[in-house]
Design a protein around this ligand. Structure first.
Ligand SMILES: [Zn+2]
Length: 315
């Protein structure tokens, strides 16, 4: 028996072809936090649908729609929660979140804002809420949205405000910053999520979207490995959790389709901080760096990467 199918999350067509099939053993060998028997049980006999397909538009995704019963078993019982909470104490992660917040503030500075006042931030899929702890401060109101009970408890304990239902989310007034950190690759209804982000942002607001950035040559390397019986090159290949695999180009196209204007990516914002101060808050400088990054994206395709994009809702 097959599960129902999803349309391509980018172009909404249904003409994808399988490119990479995994076994439960493959997935478990990539994810140290997974236990084989639990994962097998969670899959409820649909083990042969751990398949990535590629659409004619280039988008890579798992075209099978996992039912909620399977998803909740995988997310609640297969994942090692102790390991998951440990990650929020990683120094590198904290630095990442600080730099991300710095970039958001710099974008406001570039657009003429002088004071941190009345800023409303929503982190959708905020997990343990460690990002909210970093963004919080005078003039900033933070909200998280999360469904995992354990993570909600952890976030609430440190005084965060966490929305827990669809109704609470709908009732939330528009925000200045909408954060999607490592969420879009998990979502079977990506279009709904992008629409929500657009509707919840004020005009001129900033969308922060981070995800894996697996470009064609890297994907091909993995397909070759799989054909030769060699291990895959990233622990992120997991067609149940990561149902959408984006790269630099499909992320940019997704933003365009949903009416966002890509402002800069992670690398560009980091490079923008390097030169002398008078270039730091310059739109022209950012634009030049965007062009360089676009060129580099075409040239260097062979490694596992991640991307963070900062996009604006047009005024
Ligand atoms: Zn497509």
């Amino acid at each position: 028996m097959n599960l129902p199918e999803r349309l391509c999350p980018l172009c909404l067509k249904n003409d994808s072809l399988p490119i990479l099939s995994l076994t439960p053993e493959d997935v478990v060998s990539l994810n140290v936090g997974y236990e084989l028997k639990r994962f097998r049980d969670a899959l409820q006999g649909y083990e042969n649908q751990l398949i990535y397909s590629q659409c004619s538009c280039g988008m890579i995704y798992c075209k099978f729609r996992w039912p909620d019963t399977i998803l909740s078993q995988v997310y609640e019982q297969t994942i090692d929660h102790a390991m998951s909470v440990r990650k929020i104490f990683r120094l590198e992660r904290r630095l990442y979140l600080i730099r991300q917040w710095e970039n958001v503030l710099r974008i406001f500075a570039i657009h003429g804002k002088e004071y941190v006042e009345g800023l409303r931030v929503l982190d959708f899929g905020c997990g343990w809420g460690d990002s909210l702890d970093v963004y919080r401060g005078p003039g900033v109101e933070t909200f998280g949205f999360e469904l995992d009970r354990l993570k909600i408890e952890g976030a609430l304990k440190r005084g965060n405000r966490i929305l827990q239902t669809q109704e609470e989310l709908e009732a939330l007034e528009p925000v200045d910053v909408f954060i999607l950190n490592a969420v879009i690759e998990h979502v079977q209804e990506g279009q709904d999520l992008m629409r929500l982000a657009y509707n919840k942002l004020k005009p001129g607001g900033v969308l922060v979207l981070s995800t894996m950035d697996f470009r064609p040559t890297f994907i091909r390397k993995n397909i070759n490995n799989s054909a030769l019986g060699k291990p895959l090159l990233s622990q992120h290949f997991n067609p149940v959790e990561h149902v959408n695999i984006y790269d630099y180009f499909t992320v940019q196209r997704t933003l365009e389709i949903f009416g966002f204007k890509s402002f800069a990516s992670w690398n560009v914002m980091q490079w923008a901080a390097l030169p002398v101060p008078y270039l730091r808050n310059s739109r022209l400088w950012i634009r030049a760096l965007n062009q360089i990054e676009n060129l580099l994206a075409h040239l260097f395709q062979n490694k596992e990467r991640a991307i963070t994009v900062y996009a604006l809702k047009k005024k």
